[in-house]
Design a protein around this ligand. Structure first.
Ligand SMILES: C[S@@+](CC[C@H](N)C(=O)[O-])C[C@H]1O[C@@H](n2cnc3c(N)ncnc32)[C@H](O)[C@@H]1O
Length: 201
């Protein structure tokens, strides 16, 4: 499935559904959502469009779709409110940072899905208000991805493992990132073993 298909499939349909940064309008059109864009010239396609900064003009929001933006921008939009009853998110730069922020703001990570995008993976995250009890490392990588059976899970784990192994080879052991990288590598290795070979876990 593509990232857009995951955004649509994971939408819980708590109304009103608001797609912030709707851009091409495809996701909003498929969901019958209100499409929000910051600038008039970004409006594309039919449906209901609102020119605004994030969720600000709404009194209440059932589901916020916020995708294809940086993690910090998504956090700023959610922080400015109003707080939706659910959100479906995709941070193109730093999904781990976004998850940690969400958990601190009392969001529970309910479902996650992977799509191939460019040279890497897009991570679509659905959250509801609540307490996330997973470990900090699981939150960073995606607790529902780690424990789930997404068809891209193994390729995604290998991608992250490969990044850490290359980083560890490239930096001296006393570098400030070395310990963190090693910890993440060991965590990912344990996740990889848990699914592929339960004997080793
Ligand atoms: C890269 S596009 C992503 C489009 C689509 N959501 C997707 O996932 O494919 C980001 C869009 O978000 C819009 N945007 C960024 N910040 C916004 C804000 N605070 N309020 C409304 N729209 C915003 C930009 O104008 C741009 O059209």
């Amino acid at each position: 499935m593509t990232r857009w298909e995951h955004l649509i499939a994971l939408c819980p349909h708590l109304s009103p559904v608001v797609d912030v940064g709707a851009d091409h309008g495809r996701v909003a059109a498929a969901l019958g959502a209100i499409a929000v864009e910051r600038q008039l010239h970004r409006v594309a396609g039919p449906g209901t469009w609102v020119i605004a900064d994030g969720l600000r003009p709404f009194r209440e929001v059932g589901t916020a779709i916020i995708a294809g933006m940086g993690a910090r921008k998504i956090a700023a939009i959610l922080e400015a409110g109003p707080r939706p009853r659910a959100a479906v998110l995709h941070a193109q730069d730093d999904p781990g940072w976004l998850r940690r922020w969400l958990v601190r703001q009392n969001w529970r990570i309910d479902a996650e899905a992977l799509a191939i995008e460019g040279q890497g993976f897009a991570e679509v995250i659905r959250v509801f208000p609540g307490v996330e009890t997973s470990s900090d490392e699981a939150v960073f990588f995606g607790p529902r991805l780690i424990e789930g059976d997404d068809p891209l899970r193994q390729a995604w784990l290998s991608h992250h493992l490969d990044l850490r192994m290359r980083r560890i080879r490239a930096i001296p052991p006393e570098h400030r990132d070395a310990e963190k990288c090693q910890r993440e590598l060991e965590f990912l290795q344990s996740c990889s073993r848990t699914k592929t070979d339960p004997q080793q876990s």
